[in-house]
Design a protein around this ligand. Sequence first.
Ligand code: FAS
Ligand code: PHB
Length: 386
Amino acid sequence: MRTQIAIIGAGPAGLLLGHMLHLAGIAAVIVEQRSPDYVLGRIRAGVIEAGTREILNAAGLGARMEAEGLVHDGIEIAFDGTRQRFDFHNLVGRAVMVYGQTEVTSDLMAARRAAGATTIYDAADVTPHDFDGAKPSITYRRDGITHRLDCDFIAGCDGYHGPSRHAVPTAAITQYERVYPFGWLGVLVDRPPVAPELIYARHSRGFALCSMRSATRSRYYVQCAADEDVGAWSDDRFWDELRRRIGTEAADTLQTGPSIEKSVAPLRSFVVEPLRFGRLFLAGDAAHIVPPTGAKGLNLAVSDVAILAAGLRDYYHDRSSAGIDAYSAQALRRIWQAERFSWWMTNMLHQFPDMTAFERRLQRAEFDLLRDSRAAAQAMAAMYTG
Ligand code: FAS
Ligand code: PHB
């Protein structure tokens, strides 16, 4: 089989890239190791930045998001029980959209089906080949048969554990990483959210986040050990711990119920440079990871793909390689700003096992600056809303 762009991974990055290329009349085949249901079953991001909302709408993907998503003009940060609201509309004139990654992925899958474009699910041993030459290809095994897909370019949208980045010779790639000494234990519950907007809570027992997916479905997180055993957490134990961390006002209004999903996510900051290796491009989590504190992961994947799709459009429409040649440097500028913001939010709000009294006091100073300085609050709001 042959196509113009072979995309590895049918997560948000791969599906959005496929959609944008389809709109530009460029053929792409997506090869995914899991089933569609498995991909949809992963509970991940919840906040859509203003820029991401614009990109999805411009690509004709925003109808259900605009109909069902929740527009939020701000967030609250609770610091040792004191809650402070940050009004994004007043600070930077922007809002965010609360709309789960599962829904974004579902909308992307529906668009791909409507386009009649090829997505190969349940593919094993997906491997990129010869991307340092002029005739790249990928191979994969399905139904006991090894298939080869010849292409002009390969887009590695296969997430942190995918094969694309690992296929690059180590001498050609630089990795930057910070692994955090904790994780997030997340719960999904069909109960109304505890507050109309997200609450990020810093507490001596650890960080907590009150988020949501709709007016009747909430998403909560508590900081936990990086290797936490999710089986050791009954729902009651989770709700008791969450109440301790979010302050009495929120704790008194928290509506609990049976969890419909419960999982532990490790936290790391990670970037590889560059993002292009001959005819292989890396995008999304295959290229970078941020701690979810800043709600940047999904949004970064979207901005990578928007830059890459524009470059590939110029290549095929205008025979200009300027866009794809500039992809890595352009994407990395945005990536590193999101990495800094996510690292900063994570350092301000989490308990670190080896934190000194001075560092603990600095966390308070960071919060006080946000509360007392409009300029500092505007900087945070600008980064959070994207
Ligand atoms: P994805 O990982 O979503 O997709 C990669 C795809 O490639 C997957 O479908 C995978 O099955 C496939 N793949 C992997 N190996 C393959 C192979 N060998 N062959 C073929 N296909 C292969 N972001 C936020 O903003 N907020 C959050 O709260 C948040 N929580 C997260 C929790 C977890 C546990 C994780 C892992 C991530 C979380 N993220 C969060 C970040 C997340 O939303 C990612 O940024 C987003 O999924 C990035 O999308 P992709 O780059 O498409 O990567
Ligand atoms: C979520 O709703 O899953 C969510 C929201 C904001 C974050 C992280 C996760 O910063």
